[in-house]
Design a binder for this molecule. Structure first.
Ligand code: ATP
Length: 360
């Protein structure tokens, strides 16, 4: 029976707690199909060694079947230019392994209260695809700071980068069942094509890719306007594709409408590698207290299983993913173990225990 190696970076803050909880749940659902390889990395490791991502950790991530990450970052642990060391862990993996599609499902599960009145469990279900390797963040570490008087970073949009992320978005839309409101398969291009040439080019390339997918509707929204639509009519959306920074911003807004950062998963996916982590950071304010929600990381684990299942044609992993998702709906929907950020009082480890029981 094939086994899958999972390069695991627990990181800092709540990272180890949510990663350990997720490993327990994944083991319960998958038995010994997964082999977790624990690796060093993060801001704490940088403090000890001067390296955020040691080369042997990188090599292990590159050679593994998938990467699972808790979270990284410690307040005040920054590089000389003021940027955070913790973020650098997944940014390095993102760029070196070319993880160009950042997939952020926005799904309101049963038992989770949305701040949007009128939307209940199951009433929000769309996916944001954030371009992950270029856009405004492409120039990270390479912007210009001139004599303490001016600073600039360059917004980069390439044909290749846009084509592949748009292709990813249209292919995803074809695998889904369409928007909840009208059942239409739809890709919404989020940009500011009315203001900058880069975004007009992004839209033009998305249009060209759309020509290869006539069965999916294309729709456009300016980045400012979409923040209103995501609050007022989230059920209109099916798949949204956005430039890196816009995708970063709107996916946090989307997460807030579906229960917050503690329940929002993400997958950073390339053609050959993928990294899965909750959408939240290392939450230093609650670290080490067993108070975090493991749900975002657990649901990222579900995404990991589905990605592996598709890639290797292994139905067992897809079934395990379905079972964990169902267990999550049971545990939250019936109020068996509701984490604190969702209004309950369950500890991180208690949520993991409840998920394992529901699976068993
Ligand atoms: P980053 O810049 O890395 O995204 P951040 O400091 O902006 O990090 P988080 O670390 O995600 O943001 O924390 C934001 C808030 O959300 C904090 O109050 C934190 O306690 C809370 N939070 C984040 N993740 C969780 C979680 N898994 N469970 C419960 N609360 C969480």
């Amino acid at each position: 029976m094939r086994k899958y190696s999972i390069a695991t970076l627990e990181g800092d803050g709540i990272g180890p707690e949510v990663a350990q909880a997720t490993i327990r749940v994944l083991r319960e659902a998958c038995g010994d199909m997964l082999d977790f390889q624990m690796l060093e990395g993060g801001a704490g490791h940088y403090q000890k060694s001067g390296e955020c991502l040691p080369e042997d950790s990188f090599t292990a991530c590159r050679d593994a079947d998938a990467i699972l990450h808790g979270a990284a970052g410690i307040p005040g642990v920054v590089y000389p230019d003021g940027t955070e060391v913790g973020n650098d862990l997944h940014l390095r993996l993102r760029f070196r392994l070319d993880l160009y599609a950042n997939v952020r499902p926005i799904k309101l599960l049963p038992g989770v209260t949305s701040p949007l009145r009128g939307f209940e469990g199951g009433g929000i279900d769309y996916v944001i695809i954030r371009e992950n390797t270029e856009g405004l963040y492409a120039s990270r570490g390479a912007g210009v700071l001139l004599r303490g008087e001016m600073a600039s970073d360059t917004l980069v949009v390439t044909r290749k980068g846009t084509e592949r992320v748009a292709e990813f978005a249209f292919n995803l839309a074809r695998q889904r069942n369409g928007a909840l409101r009208d059942g239409k398969r739809r890709v919404t291009v989020c940009d500011k094509a009315n203001i900058l040439r880069t975004y007009a080019f992004f839209r033009q390339v998305c249009d060209e890719v759309h020509a290869r997918h006539p069965d999916v509707e294309i729709d456009y929204a300016y980045a400012d306007a979409i923040t209103v639509h995501m609050v007022k009519r989230p059920d209109f959306y099916d798949v949204i594709v956005a430039e890196n920074m816009f995708g970063d911003i709107i996916s946090d807004l989307g997460a807030a409408t579906a229960g917050g950062m503690g329940i929002s998963p993400s997958g950073e996916i390339g053609d050959h590698h993928a990294l899965f982590q909750g959408a939240h950071g290392s939450a230093p304010d609650i670290a080490g207290q067993d108070a975090a929600s493991p749900m975002a990381t657990v649901l990222s684990g579900v995404m990991m299983l589905r990605w592996l299942a598709q890639r290797h044609g292994d139905a067992r992993l897809g079934e395990a993913a379905d079972r964990i998702e169902k267990a999550s709906e049971t545990v939250l929907g019936r109020g068996i173990a509701v984490p604190r950020d969702l209004g309950g009082d369950a500890r991180c480890s208690e949520v993991a225990t409840a998920l394992c029981r529901a699976l068993a």
